[in-house]
Design a protein around this ligand. Structure first.
Ligand SMILES: Cc1cc2nc3c(=O)[nH]c(=O)nc-3n(C[C@H](O)[C@H](O)[C@H](O)COP(=O)(O)O)c2cc1C
Length: 156
């Protein structure tokens, strides 16, 4: 499989998991970044995120260091924002053609993954979507056992 790891991370949790996937698989990883950075104030971002998710807003993202369209499989890492994937991931899915590819999603969250998996399927009707890995954090502390994550990586 020719795979790449693409992820967005506001506060570093998803980045940790993306690095774990990278370590275990050896695949290249690239971070999605917004052109306009979000505030460093978490509470401001929680409110802004709610508004953006509600409006279906897609923030502009910086060009990626890799072209995911050249790979057949994309590990896609995202934080859950208001029960779905963060807006930067919405932009990514709209901007890149992932039809015919396999997407292996992993979503970090504080315990409420909501409709993230369903939303990915809805946004990528022509992609094969693997079983989503639900990774729970309490703040910056990983709650989901590391073993569970390693098992998912090996299985997909
Ligand atoms: C704007 C915003 C909305 C969030 N909404 C949810 C949510 O709906 N459900 C949940 O379990 N956690 C929610 N969280 C917590 C994050 O999903 C969680 O901390 C995640 O691991 C952050 O990943 P990151 O460090 O890669 O940005 C939210 C966080 C932010 C900033």
């Amino acid at each position: 499989m020719k795979a790449v790891i693409i992820y967005y991370s506001y506060s570093g949790n998803t980045k940790k998991i993306a690095e774990m996937v990278q370590r275990e698989t050896g695949f290249r990883a690239a971070e999605l970044r917004t052109v306009v950075p979000y505030s460093e104030n978490y509470d401001v971002v929680v409110d802004q995120g709610q508004d953006e998710v509600k409006r279906g807003f897609m923030p502009e993202i910086l060009p990626l260091e890799v072209n995911p369209e050249e790979y057949d499989t994309v590990f896609l890492g995202m934080p859950v924002w208001w029960y779905t994937y963060a807006p930067a991931v919405k932009t990514f899915l709209a901007q890149y053609k992932l039809a015919g590819k396999t997407i292996l999603p992993f979503a970090t969250n504080g315990g409420w993954i909501g409709h993230t998996a369903k939303d990915i399927k809805g946004a990528c009707p022509d992609s094969e979507i693997g079983e989503i890995l639900n990774v729970r954090f309490d703040g910056a502390r990983l709650v989901t056992p590391e073993k569970r994550i390693l098992e998912w990586i090996k299985k997909v």
